[in-house]
Design a protein around this ligand. Structure first.
Ligand code: NDP
Length: 334
């Protein structure tokens, strides 16, 4: 049966922010489909999470060609969920996809060549059943393809109407700078820069955040919960139903280190004083930076998503609080 979205979905449940210098607003919290939406996952839970997100003002859904497993299945499942439940709501959604990581066999199924991007967006459109993506990203700088070639492909994708905006992900600053300039000179300014950013991974603070701001691009942070380590999930070991325990998860057990867990336990105490969960405080901490447009959270249940979306109710930090947090984080970021 077609889902009837909550009538009050835009009434103070979510906050929206203009993405860089563009006229496009994104929800401060977006939902990512990297894990938990593939054909190894529960389709009912995946459907419920999309419904819950949309009912609570999440208008942005982040995909990539290779999300699954199997690769491509997250796009196919998302397409099915849209078709079954959200016909008539396409104009209320921002749907992104990406190309650049290993996707199909042979020399053209990986990397950031024009050949890869052009074929990939057509495949992604077919899998999702969409007529266009709102944002299409170069998923990574591949170390070989000239940035000019990849950016020209993004420009053409936008000019062909297959995507409305272009984005780049995980570009080293010197390559990002070239990318911004090429896109701008072709009148397809880079809408958004996507990279990993959380209390546990802060490389973007050195150069990347300011570069995006200077170039008028928004920033969207992925893995803002450090794949679950910045939640209460691992405070007492690695539970069976966790990403770190699953064979299909990208979080390896040896990444769940003692120093991270110790830090998470201390951060959890601060979160409790703020009357938040650790997940909520970790998201608020990323969102406090004016240059960050949105965080892309992952979730394996509606309960987790509910927890995460509540962070929006308290995004403020006092100076003292920030100092205490900083003292905990320097221990692990040393
Ligand atoms: P998070 O850091 O938000 O981790 C999500 C995972 O943490 C969940 O799947 C769940 O894991 C656990 N979790 C989430 N909320 C809670 C909670 N409230 N309580 C307890 N556990 C919780 O993000 P992801 O690493 O999933 O990345 C988010 C999105 O970012 C991706 O879906 C993708 O769209 C994008 N991304 C982009 C990349 C790029 O290269 N551009 C790379 C990676 C991600 P569990 O299964 O253990 O329950």
């Amino acid at each position: 049966m077609e889902h009837i979205p909550a009538a009050d979905r835009y009434q103070q449940k979510m906050q929206y922010k203009y993405c860089g210098n563009s006229g496009l607003m994104l929800p401060r919290i977006s939902l990512g489909l990297w894990h938990n939406f593939g054909d190894v996952d529960n389709f009912g839970t995946a459907t419920d999470m999309i419904k819950y997100a949309f009912d609570n003002g999440v208008t942005h859904f982040d995909l990539a060609n290779n999300y699954g497993p199997s690769p491509g299945s997250a796009e196919a499942n998302f397409g099915k969920i849209l078709k079954n439940n959200f016909q008539g709501y396409r104009d209320e959604m921002i749907i992104s996809s990406k190309a650049g990581h290993s996707m199909w066999n042979g020399p053209y199924g990986d990397g950031s060549s024009r050949k890869n991007l052009m074929a990939s967006i057509d495949q992604s459109l077919r899998r999702t059943g969409l007529e266009y993506f709102d944002i299409f990203y170069s998923h990574r700088y591949d170390g070989i393809t000239p940035v000019e070639e990849t950016m020209q492909a993004l420009v053409d994708i936008v000019k062909q109407g297959k995507a409305l905006y272009a984005g780049i992900s995980k570009y080293p600053p010197e390559k990002a700078k070239i990318a911004y300039e090429i896109l701008k000179s072709n009148f397809v300014p880079c809408l958004i820069y996507q990279d990993r950013y959380s209390m546990f991974t802060r490389e973007v603070e050195t150069e990347t955040l300011q570069l995006a701001a200077d170039q008028g691009a928004g920033v969207i942070a992925f893995s803002p919960l450090a794949q679950g380590m910045l939640t209460n999930k691992y405070l007492h070991g690695i539970p069976e139903n966790s990403r770190a325990a699953k064979s299909t998860g990208f979080l390896q057990k040896d990444q769940v280190t003692e120093d991270k867990i110790n830090a998470a336990r201390q951060l959890n105490e601060i979160a409790l004083c703020r009357k938040q969960t650790l997940a909520q405080m970790a998201l608020a901490w990323v969102l406090k930076d004016e240059r960050v447009t949105s965080v892309i959270v992952g979730a394996s249940s509606v309960k987790q998503l509910t927890d995460n979306l509540e962070s929006i109710n308290n995004l403020n930090f006092g100076c003292e609080e920030l100092n205490v947090i900083e003292n905990i984080l320097v221990q692990i970021n040393k």
